[in-house]
Design a protein around this ligand. Structure first.
Ligand SMILES: NC(=O)N[C@@H](CC(=O)O)C(=O)O
Ligand SMILES: [Zn+2]
Ligand SMILES: [Zn+2]
Length: 350
């Protein structure tokens, strides 16, 4: 039987870039329309490295939402940007604030606004990591090595071997989320590893393989990091996301960049899915014949990992075509959502 409506517990987004200023004002309400809460990434310029900065950023998000007409209630869950110099005290302050829910590792140079990131994780960050392990504060990981000698498609796998395994051997009780996994290797690592480890999976990595970046020409709106991989990896991610294993949960990695900075000689990495994320996931799960597993992936497993209550609100999807706009307003410019101009089979009911 083909469903015509589909209702789930209101989902959360466990990996979201909201940016700041005009960009924040342009994108925040899109996420609030779908999600009750989101883990908000700290890679602003300058990065959010202290609890005081995280609290100020949280207020700017609240202000942006208050200014947006009819944005539903939305709770930003804040994060800190780990640096070589993060003091253990800052972890204690973060925990006490009740507003900071995780600390993000960007290997220096790995991705957008990662210049202030970590150069030597166990060498420089051991005091902060030990404090996090004690406090039960999750470490969120952009899991790619930055060695230019390693092929860009192999950087996630190399990260598992050279960083993730030694990290988790040194700090076995540290809670770790392997963010935006893109390979069968990462899915398998997370499935089989001992201890408190989980992973987020984006809609683009469930729906597309790397051919999408090169279909008839170079397609910058499909370029994100970690870059899309081969079909065998996409299939493994679909298998993981729809498996019912609570270690895998929703994190869009919606990463807005102005149109002109994507369609550029050196285009920014990041797919903007904040407008239509849950519809993209619904499409991916339905294609896999597992729409019944969407709710736990989107609304239960992340909250459980973060030790937060599950949401009580609901979100209804209608089987009505959603044409993805060619572009959307973005401050003084525009932004192009992933798969602009295409049509999805589900859309969120108003
Ligand atoms: N995913 C991306 O391609 N880009 C993200 C950074 C990140 O999550 O790595 C961004 O902030 O633009
Ligand atoms: Zn990342
Ligand atoms: Zn991200």
């Amino acid at each position: 039987m083909t469903l015509s409506t589909f209702t789930i517990t209101r989902p959360d987004d466990w990996h979201l870039h909201l940016r700041d200023g005009d960009a924040l004002a342009a994108v925040a309400a899109h996420s609030a329309r779908q999600f009750a809460r989101a883990i908000v990434m700290p890679n602003l310029k300058p990065p959010v490295t202290t609890t005081a900065q995280a609290l100020a950023y949280r207020q700017r998000i609240a202000d942006a939402l208050a200014a947006a007409p009819d944005a539903p209630a939305f709770e930003p869950l804040m994060t800190l940007y780990l640096t070589d110099n993060t003091p253990p005290d800052e972890i204690a302050r973060a925990r006490e604030s009740g507003a900071v829910h995780a600390v993000k590792l960007y290997p220096a140079g790995a991705t957008t606004n990662s210049d202030a990131g970590v150069t030597d994780l166990l060498g420089k960050c051991a005091p902060a990591l030990e404090a996090m392990q004690r406090a039960g504060m999750p470490l969120l990981v952009h899991g790619e090595v930055t060695d230019p000698a390693i092929d860009v498609f192999d950087r996630e796998k190399a990260f598992i071997d050279t960083v993730m395994i030694p990290l988790r051997r040194a700090l076995p009780e540290l809670r770790v989320v392997f963010e935006h996994i893109t390979t069968a290797d990462a899915a398998q690592y997370v499935r089989d590893a001992e201890g408190p480890v989980a992973a987020t999976i984006t809609p683009q990595h469930l729906l597309y393989n790397r051919n999408a970046i090169f279909t008839g020409g170079v397609r910058p709106h499909w370029y994100c990091l970690p870059v899309l991989k081969r079909e065998v990896h996409r299939k493994a991610l679909v298998e993981a996301a729809t498996s019912g294993n609570p270690r895998y949960f929703l994190g869009t990695d919606s990463a807005p960049h102005a149109r002109g900075l994507k369609e550029h000689a050196c285009g920014c990495a990041g797919c903007f899915t904040g407008f239509h994320a849950i519809e993209l996931y619904a499409h991916a799960f339905e294609q896999a014949g597992r729409l019944d597993r969407l709710e736990a992936f989107a609304s239960f497993f992340g909250a459980d990992f973060y030790r937060l209550p599950r949401n009580t609100g609901r979100l209804t999807l209608l089987r009505e075509p959603l044409r993805i706009p060619d572009e959307l307003p973005f401050g003084h410019t525009t932004i192009v959502p992933l798969a602009a101009g295409e049509t999805l089979p589900w859309r969120v009911a108003n």
